[in-house]
Design a protein around this ligand. Structure first.
Ligand SMILES: C[S@@+](CC[C@H](N)C(=O)[O-])C[C@H]1O[C@@H](n2cnc3c(N)ncnc32)[C@H](O)[C@@H]1O
Length: 233
């Protein structure tokens, strides 16, 4: 499903380097925290877990949410500037952050008990290929979990596709489920987590992502899409 005009890895890295320099890493963390906490609960991550965060941005999932609860964790991202922030904030020696491509991680097969990826997979040119790579590096019985805010059933999605300077896959919930299955993942579950509406109408400032308050409210009500799956042993 790769389109010839899809953004290259270099373009993705350059764009998210810019976001990191503009301080948008922390804003993304704030926006994604609610759904990510729900995802972590769904995945039953335990103290012996070995976790990959693919497209980890500034590393907040491992550094702030999971680090003290797991055996070890690796965060990878295409953007060197986000990885630099993740490493600057790293306080636990069993966490590592590196520049790498989710589609070709160069990590050893059957390493991870859990792979998580927050708002990242739709930037990869071929999500099915990337999901197959995550299956390869997962242990038999391992779990995988995604948070996706840009999906076709979310009313804000079409505005985001226009507002972003990168190309993205804007898929429906059934299309995401089918992709996971096609990549070899099993026990695929999808659910939506409504997001807190934390801006009052009078305080709302329109943007290319949310041109109106009604759209913002619809986005929160539609919620984040959580997808979980297992690699069968
Ligand atoms: C919207 S940001 C989300 C970052 C982080 N997961 C968060 O929730 O704050 C998407 C991230 O995915 C990364 N990304 C996109 N495609 C990637 C790929 N093929 N391999 C690794 N990282 C990728 C980007 O560089 C960016 O940091």
């Amino acid at each position: 499903m790769t389109s010839p005009s899809f953004s290259s890895a270099r373009e993705v890295a350059t764009e998210f380097d810019r976001w990191a320099q503009a301080g948008r890493g922390d804003r993304m963390a704030d926006g994604h925290r609610h759904a990510t906490r729900a995802l972590i609960d769904d995945l039953a991550i335990a103290t012996d877990s070995v976790v990959l965060d693919a497209g980890c941005g500034i590393g907040w999932v491992l550094n702030d949410l999971l680090g003290s609860r797991i055996a070890s964790g690796v965060g990878i991202d295409l953007s060197p500037d986000t990885i630099a922030i993740a490493n600057d904030r790293r306080t636990l020696p069993h966490l590592k952050f590196a520049v790498a491509d989710s589609a070709d991680t160069q990590l050893e097969a059957e390493t991870f008990s859990h792979v998580v990826s927050i708002e990242s997979l739709y930037y990869t040119p071929d999500p099915q290929e990337t999901l197959a790579e995550w299956l390869r590096i997962s242990r038999p019985g391992g779990r995988m979990g995604l948070v996706i805010d840009l999906y076709r059933d979310n009313p804000a999605a079409s505005h985001w596709v226009e507002a972003l300077s990168l190309t993205v896959h804007n898929l429906s919930v059934p299309e995401w489920r089918a992709l996971l299955e096609s990549a070899g993942w099993r026990e695929v579950e999808a659910r939506r987590v409504p997001l807190p509406i934390d801006t009052k109408p009078k305080a709302f400032t329109p943007s290319p992502y949310f041109p109106s308050y009604e759209l913002y409210r619809g986005y929160c009500e539609a919620g984040s899409l959580l997808l979980t799956a297992r690699k069968l042993g």
